[in-house]
Design a protein around this ligand. Structure first.
Ligand code: SAM
Length: 313
């Protein structure tokens, strides 16, 4: 059976680069998404990927924390001339597809990666697209549709080329889960310790563990439960264990310099409740991982942890 492929621009945040490909591969595996990566250089923040439909693109965006946005690709080239020819041709050949968008309120975002340009220059870039058949109102705050015009000037701030390496244009399909990183920030977390795992890395690990709704997830070195928070956010039922009695009972020294004593309700359960996941908290127990305590045949859907498991654990 042949698939009809559709091209998308995936715009990734340029951080935790080592996790980008791993997270992508995990999410496509989790949802069973058929795809083709068209980029050679996966370090670029803009990938062109083919999925079979918008639903697949939405599914991908619903889990990715490295993704900023995903756009339906309308044109891509390495020269302005060719870029505009392709965009005109896309408009010319996709009349029916474009029809629903021509009357919508809209905005066009301009991104010049690795090159700062003024607001005036951004407007001039938008004016080069004056042949677009958009007749709706421009609405910068709550547009019905959003497009992005991107010029990519490489990754080296010390060697910015005169002309962009890539020029891309696309329609916003979905935003990634960057907001979740802010929501789970350790700065505002109820219970943290000196080794609490950063929110973004915890979410990346939960993605790599392919955590999904109703999964049973274990962290055997749970500490303050950062990995359980992320796993529960993705729908897992979470369980933890740790050797440190004082930590699990919230009696260890507070790690915030402004705090002298721990509050009574500082514990892993409170963290889950803080983020609306209290119902998916199973329990945490005191246990030395080197002394197996699980009955035979017990199965977890995934085990995620940030303690290296070696002979000394
Ligand atoms: C890096 S910390 C985990 C931090 C945790 N992910 C968090 O976000 O708070 C490692 C944890 O492993 C626990 N640990 C060390 N040796 C252990 C063992 N043998 N069995 C169980 N837990 C152990 C420590 O008490 C510590 O809480």
């Amino acid at each position: 059976m042949t698939n009809s492929w559709k091209k998308y621009i995936l715009w990734f945040a340029q951080e935790h680069l080592d996790f980008r490909v791993a997270e992508f591969n995990s999410i496509v595996k989790l949802f069973g998404l058929k795809h083709r990566k068209l980029n050679k250089n996966l370090l670029k923040p803009f990938w062109i990927v083919e999925f079979v439909n918008d639903e697949a693109a939405h599914q991908f965006a619903s889990r990715s924390v490295t993704l900023r946005c995903i756009y339906e690709l309308w044109s891509h080239s390495d020269t302005y001339k060719n870029f505009h020819e392709k965009l005109r041709s896309h408009i010319g050949t996709s009349g029916n597809v474009l029809e629903p968008f021509t009357k919508c309120s809209f905005k066009i975002v301009v991104e010049t990666y690795n090159k700062h340009i003024s607001q005036k220059e951004k407007v001039e870039k938008i004016e080069t697209l004056d042949y677009l058949p958009f007749q709706g109102e421009v609405d910068l705050k709550t547009p019905e549709e959003e497009w992005c015009y991107i010029e990519f000037y490489g990754l080296d701030p010390m060697a910015v080329p005169k002309e962009p390496e890539d020029i891309l244009f696309g329609r916003l399909i979905a935003k990634g889960q960057r907001e979740l990183i802010k929501e789970l920030s350790l700065k505002k977390r109820k219970f943290i310790g000196n080794t609490s795992m950063d929110a973004q890395l915890s979410l990346l690990m939960a993605n790599q563990a392919l955590v999904k709704k109703f999964d049973l997830v274990l962290d055997p070195f749970v500490g303050t439960g950062s990995l359980l928070v992320s796993a529960a956010k993705f729908g897992g039922y979470v369980f933890g264990s740790d050797i440190d009695f004082m930590m699990l009972h919230g009696r260890s020294r507070p790690s915030r310099i402004t705090q002298k004593t721990r509050e009574k309700d500082e514990r892993v359960r409170s963290n889950l409740e803080q983020y609306g996941c209290g119902a998916r908290y199973m329990d945490v127990i005191i246990s030395d991982f080197s002394q197996p305590l699980w009955r035979d045949g017990l199965k977890f859907d995934s085990i995620i942890t940030d303690r290296k498991i070696d002979g000394n654990s």
